[in-house]
Structure formats: C-alpha cells, structure tokens
Design a binder for this molecule. Sequence first.
Ligand code: 5RP
Length: 236
Amino acid sequence: MSATLSAIDTAKFVAAKQACTYVEDGMRLGLGTGSTAAWLVRCLGEMVEQDGLRITGVPTSTRTAELARQAGIEVVSLDEARWLDLTIDGADEFDGELNLIKGGGGALLQEKIVATASDRMIVIADATKKVETLGAFPLPVEVIPFGWQTTKALLEETVASLDVMGETVTLRMDGGDPYVTDEGNHILDLHLGRIGNPRQLALVLNQVPGVVENGLFIDICDIVIVGSGDGSVSVT
Ligand code: 5RP
C-alpha cells in the first residue's frame, strides 16, 4: 500500500498502522481528526472488516464520524461510551515533553475532551511535527462568536505579557467567512513564534472571557509515534 504513496502520506500511514498495534478487541477508542487520523480510521476499518476486530469509536469531529461510519466502525457519542481505553490523534506540533499544539483542523475542543476522557492518548505524526519549542505553528484558540473582537484584543494583551515571541492574533477564515467549529464557535490563531512556558500559557488563555478552549495539550499525550517517508517508525 505504502509503495504508491507520497513520502508524507507514507509517513502518516506507517504511524497510523503502528498505532493500530495498540488496539485490542473490545476497546472504546477516541478517533482523532485530520489527515493522519484519517489514515488511522481507514486502518481500523480494515481490521474491523478483515480481522473481525470489535471496537467502538468516539469521533472528535463530524468529518471523522462520517469517515468512521464509511469504514464500518461502530460510532457512539462520548456520553454513551463514558470513558475510553485509548485515543489516537494527530498533532500540529509536539515537543520533547510530549506537549502538543492541536487544532489546525479546527477540532481541538472535542479532541481535548475526548483525549482527557481516555486512559491513554497516542499521537501519530510525521517527523515535521517534532519541534524543540512549541509555537512556530499558530496556536488555535476556540472562542464563542459573541464579542470575538473583544476576546481577540484581550488575548493580544494577555500574550504580550508572557514568554512568547509574537503577539499577532488572526480570525481563522473559511472562504470569505469566519470558520465555524462543530460547536458553532470561531477560531483565533495566535502567531506566537515561540512558546516559552506552554503550561502557563494554557492556563492563562482559558481565563480570558469568551475563550472556550485552547489547542495546547499538556500532560495529556502518553506516546508519540513518528512515521518517516522511508516507511520506518519510531516511538517516543
Ligand atoms: C485537528 C488537529 C489535527 O490532529 C492536526 O491539525 C494535525 O492534522 P494533520 O494530521 O492533517 O497534519 O488537531 O484539529
């Protein structure tokens, strides 16, 4: 399968395939969102169809829910599953302490709720996602639409007093309109360049009125599986 893929897709595919080795019969699984997580869902679908694997999936977005159903995976809500054995998801960046930036695909809120409700979280990624210090990727923050410009100004003021390099905050757009999340919210992307203290930033951001959740995942991820274009994988 990987022979016909581009290097980047090979990397995502082999990471997803490796993550599937952590999946056991009967597990309740959180299913991430994004192009890497889509490989996971397809791999799991094959295991369901070909090996008779029995799993229950809690998707982290409407996109993943649709993909999972198409792949033949039984989909339930988080409230039906209550607690999950394992969540497998992609990431936009991860550092040496397995802190993450997520939300590039706009699904950070459900992703954080689902990962937090899991015994373990595995991140699958290609090698470009590994960084020394988080922050080159703009940090997504989900905000309610009401007064978002005020929230944006408050966020700019807040990050200016912290250990970061940049302070620009932009409203994520979808075509000509503000991007709308599955929960009907908007996303503000924080162009910070370098996040000196991700733990502090994660706490401070969620105290700004109008902020629903931020894309920093601290102490949530247990394992990162990195795939490479040559088909090799490493586990951290
Ligand atoms: C979606 C996410 C994704 O996991 C993240 O954006 C990585 O996506 P991809 O696997 O397509 O690079 O956080 O909200």
